[in-house]
Design a protein around this ligand. Structure first.
Ligand SMILES: [Zn+2]
Length: 191
C-alpha cells in the first residue's frame, strides 16, 4: 500500500535524473541547458503546475548547475538507502528543507491527492521537491531496500523496485540478460 504522496511519474523522474550520469561509461546527459530542457519536457511533474498549462522555465547555466547538484543528492540517496537509510533520510530531509517543499491538496481525475511542490521560482527546487518526496514516499511505504544500483558490472544505473516481491537486482531486463550470459560463459570456460 503506497501512501497518498506516492506518484509513479515522480519516482521515475528521480531515477531518470540520477541516470543522466553514466559513471561506468563516463557519459553525462546533463551537460547543457538544452539537455536540461529536454529532461524537463520528458518529466512534466517537475514543471510548476499551478501557473497554467504551457508555462516553461526560462533556463540558464545557473539552473543547470543547481540541477546537477541536485542530481548528486538524488543519486546518493538511490545508492545509499539500501546500506545506510539514516544517511539517505538525512539527504532527503535536507534537500526538502532547502527546496522549501510544500504539500498541497489537489483534485483531478475525480480523486484527491497530495502533491509536494516548492513555493520558490527556481527550477531545481521544484525538481527537488518532486523527486525527493517521491523517494521518501517509497522508503516510508516499501522500505529503503527498494532503492538500488544495478548489479551489472558495466552499468551502475540506479533503480527503484516497485515489484511485488522486491527482488530486483538489475536496472533493466537487458542488464539481467547480459549478466546471465556472462555467468554462463564463465561457467563454460571454467570447465
Ligand atoms: Zn543495468
Amino acid at each position: 500500500m503506497l501512501d497518498a504522496c506516492y506518484n509513479p511519474s515522480a519516482v521515475q523522474a528521480a531515477v531518470d535524473l540520477a541516470n543522466t550520469l553514466k559513471p561506468v561509461k563516463g557519459e553525462d546527459e546533463l551537460e547543457t541547458v538544452e539537455q536540461l530542457r529536454d529532461f524537463l519536457d520528458e518529466h512534466s511533474p517537475a514543471e510548476p503546475a499551478d501557473h497554467g498549462a504551457g508555462r516553461r522555465w526560462r533556463l540558464t547555466r545557473a539552473d543547470l548547475a543547481e540541477v546537477r547538484a541536485l542530481r548528486e543528492t538524488v543519486r546518493a540517496v538511490l545508492e545509499r538507502a539500501n546500506t545506510d537509510a539514516v544517511e539517505a533520510a538525512a539527504l532527503i530531509n535536507d534537500g526538502l528543507r532547502r527546496s522549501r517543499a510544500t504539500p498541497a491538496l489537489r483534485h483531478d481525475h475525480d480523486r484527491w491527492r497530495i502533491e509536494i511542490t516548492s513555493d520558490t521560482d527556481r527550477c531545481w527546487t521544484h525538481l527537488a521537491a518532486t523527486t525527493l518526496s517521491a523517494l521518501a514516499s517509497v522508503i516510508a511505504t516499501l522500505g529503503p531496500a527498494r532503492l538500488g544500483v544495478c548489479a551489472g558490472p558495466a552499468c551502475r544505473a540506479t533503480f527503484v523496485d516497485l515489484s511485488r516481491n522486491g527482488s530486483k537486482q538489475y536496472c533493466t531486463r537487458t542488464c539481467a540478460h547480459r549478466a546471465s550470459v556472462t555467468a554462463y560463459r564463465s561457467r563454460q570456460s571454467a570447465r
